[in-house]
Design a protein around this ligand. Structure first.
Ligand code: TRP
Length: 332
């Protein structure tokens, strides 16, 4: 049986980019696979998080996933810190993976920036924790975007080295699942930058909690260029803002970018933006309402996550039992 593991960091509100690029695809995956969806709070604290905000964000992201249609009975939805097996296996992987491998991780270089000496040790070892997330359940498939591909490669290398160091055929080599076309939604203020929760301007993104009025306003103010919409795909070249808005329309409508270009060929941005905003409101409003309903009752969210954590632990415990034996630890 194929088993999927996917993680999302609970560091702030989900936005349209997260929804179209990740969450919506997970909702589809749950029908074909056994899925674990994890709010990776241990990963979040590799950079500073205010404790109260971390709790709030963890519940918010859970609410967004539930509201988007992830069924917590069919899948396992939980927070990473609620199952201590992740951290235990991550330590073992710290001793399997090589420093040279981690030194090649481009995300660490980007996130640590110039001030590398001052980055947390956790930020550096982050990929080993991610390997543990996946392998503690012996997951076979991981939905990943471009930015996580290198980490998944490292997880495969680590699984392979563990197997060969200990002379076992224990961990599967997890495969990437590359999903959907619109996995990259760009900023509404700059078509060359990814839509991000850390962008200073709230006008750069559509948050999953934005109401209809805000969504309309943000699309109205979205950056464009002075031309009319392109007549062909070829004319879209060098027009990142037009490509992004058409891409969002296509993703929300579940059609190809070609179809979106054809549909709005030669139109003015103003009328297109109006239609785009209407569509976004229609698609997001029900999710938004459901999310608010969940957030009004944090106790319900906590109970769902707790139940998920227990089921997660039941899956990882037998794996860790064997790992102890393979590594040479005595039973507790
Ligand atoms: N590193 C991922 C991100 O920042 C989140 C993540 C943590 C993850 N563990 C994972 C993704 C395991 C897939 C599988 O997006």
């Amino acid at each position: 049986m194929n088993r999927i593991f996917s993680g999302v960091q609970p560091t702030g509100n989900l936005h349209l980019g997260n929804y179209l690029g990740a969450v919506r695809n997970w909702v589809r995956l749950q029908h074909d696979y056994e899925c674990l969806f994890c709010l990776v709070d241990l990963h979040a604290i590799t950079v500073w998080q205010e404790p109260q905000a971390l709790k709030t964000h963890t519940r918010e992201v859970a609410a967004a996933m539930l509201a988007a249609g992830i069924d917590p009975k069919k899948n396992v939805l939980f927070a990473q810190s609620q199952n201590p097996d992740h951290a235990t296996l991550a330590w073992i992987f710290n001793c399997v993976a090589r420093i040279g491998w981690l030194n090649r991780m481009t995300q660490f270089k980007e996130k640590a920036g110039k001030n590398r000496e001052n980055a947390s040790v956790g930020l550096y070892a982050y990929p080993n924790l991610m390997s543990a997330d996946i392998l503690v359940y012996r997951a076979t498939h991981v939905p990943v975007g471009e930015d996580q591909k290198q980490h998944l490669e490292l997880a495969r290398d680590t699984a392979q080295k563990f197997n060969s160091d200990y002379g076992v055929d224990f961990f599967p080599l997890p495969e990437p699942l590359i999903l959907g076309t619109a996995s990259r939604v760009m900023s509404l203020r700059d078509g060359q930058k990814k839509m991000s929760k850390s962008d200073e301007s709230d006008y750069s993104r559509i948050n999953m909690t934005d109401d209809a009025e805000t969504i309309e306003l943000k699309f109205r103010k979205a950056k464009t260029d002075p031309l009319a919409l392109p007549e062909t795909m070829g004319e879209l070249a060098g027009r990142p803002e037009a490509a992004n808005l058409l891409g969002i329309w296509a993703a929300l409508s579940d059609v190809t970018l070609d179809a979106a270009v054809e549909r709005f060929a030669g139109q003015q941005f103003s009328s297109f933006k109006k239609e785009l905003a209407e569509l976004a409101v229609a698609k997001l409003a029900p999710i938004n309402a459901e999310m608010r309903r969940y957030l009004a009752d944090p106790g319900e969210i906590d109970a769902i996550l707790k139940d998920g954590a227990q089921r997660a632990r039941a899956l990882s415990a037998p794996v860790m039992d064997q790992v102890q034996d393979i590594v040479g630890f005595l039973k507790a």
